[in-house]
Design a protein around this ligand. Sequence first.
Ligand code: ADP
Ligand code: MG
Length: 592
Amino acid sequence: MSRSAIPQATLLLSLFIAALLVAPLLLPEFYLTLLNYIGLYAIVALGLVLLTGVGGLTSFGQAAFVGLGAYTTAYLTTVHDVSPWLTLPAGLLVTALVALSLGLVTLRLSGHFLPLGTIAWGIALYYLFGNLAALGGHTGISGIPPLQFFDLELRSGREFFYLIWAVLLTIILATRNLLDSREGRAIRALKGGAVMAEAMGVNTPRSKLVIFTVAALYAGMSGWLYAHLQRFVNPTPFSLSQGIEYLFMAVVGGVSHVWGAILGAGLITVLKQWLQDWLPSLLGKSGNFEMIVFGLLMILVLQRARDGVWPMLQRFFPQAPVHGPMIKAQALPRRPLPEAGSVLLEVTDACKRFGGLVANDRMSFCVRAGEVMALIGPNGAGKSTMFDGISGVDPLTSGAVSFRGQRIEALPARAIAQRGMSRTFQHVRLLPAMSVIENVAIGTHLRGRKSFVAAAFRSDRGEEARLLQEAAAQIERCGLAEHMHELAGSLPLGKQRAVEIARALASDPCLLLLDEPAAGLRYLEKQALAELLRRLRAEGIGILLVEHDMDFVMGLADRVVVMEFGQKLAAGLPDEIQRNPAVIEAYLGGLE
Ligand code: ADP
Ligand code: MG
């Protein structure tokens, strides 16, 4: 990747903006109208890029939010004579309130129930528009006033053009900024990394609600513009079929790329126009043939280009490096560690059942600050289940867990993370398409405060530099400096485990839960890991370690608990455990 890639990306953007600036001077009205509609659709599709492409939440109901924005201004400007500049915030407020209420109900649904839920309220709102007498029923509302900038009335599409595209470009840049931030990383973790994100302190239901509301606000904004461009609204453009079309636009363009929204909206709008014009003359009869051909083409695109068209185009452009040089930032404050030797974690009579299987059976043990406590046992003994129970990832069936003197067994994973516990996963949970530093930065989530609004406007840069610097420091500490900007998914498994440790450390924990951190490491890497754990222990961090490499465990652990069939088989000092006949029989003997 070359450094000159940044100016090149800026050059492309400048060319695009220049083309937009001269378009109204050169193009006939017909094409400007087309471009206006592409812009309006792209605003909605951009919301879906965020919601569906990045966040993994499929919505068929965005057209209804467009309707809310459009009908609010139509009603207020015609019936109550309110200025359109006031109906914009009013429309966005209505959209946000409806989105928040719908989101609170629907976003809890999982799998295919969520898209079905969006279909349900999409249809409900559409019929509401058509059946409310105050909104003009199916005839709609006409006589909506044009937008006015001082003396300039935006009466024609030519005058409206700049407004639509300025709005679109602004929200594209704001969305891109949002995704490249602390909140953005949490959002990007929703699809495929929600369990990990929660364990790093991310409130995933809240992140989902945020992108759902933002996507609805984009749609509402598009609706407000639409109403004043058309100066007339009726329910038709806010139907479920339009909602489906918005989703197609996002998918065809490139569902996880902000610029894909424009591309998708452009391709579909032009294609439909073209089919509408040419098919009847080609076939010699009229009818809705374009919808049939359109549907077939969509199937083809979904078959051939799953990620949409934008990634195909992107191949021809140089990629900008993800991060510029690091700016020196002030180090993040550290949490005061409990006194070495004090009990950090106390597990009492912990039980976990999976149906008839008892994976953890009356387990009791404790971990102190400044010690390495090893939890060992054959495969299937219940060690990882114990980790999930302690960290809140999969709560215990019964029993008590105290962390730093407080009961935590009923708390969600993010609340436990907040109290200073962090963990790695036996089956590595990284976001493979994100760089190593971005993955590790997710660990710093609870150490930042800036909201998604601050991120959108880039006023979070100071804090962001501190978070990234912390992530970089932990990456170096775990011996991964040379891989900082590589994609996490491209690393070998042993190094991915090290990334998990760096991510856990980035949260500034006082208790670290490591599930088989040395698996897949070479000898020297294991030694470096042992050295790192010794240093952490000396700092006063408590470490609960699950590991199969007995040399590694016995050379490092202060105390050992042995599990078998979910139960505690033995506990003691490493020497005692190595001499314990029951342990040798059950575990060590079985290995040799
Ligand atoms: P270990 O980490 O010691 O190898 P685990 O905690 O992964 O063992 O598993 C303990 C037992 O619980 C195993 O028999 C495993 O099959 C079972 N188990 C683990 N997770 C689940 C689950 N989500 N549903 C059902 N059974 C599970
Ligand atoms: Mg395990």
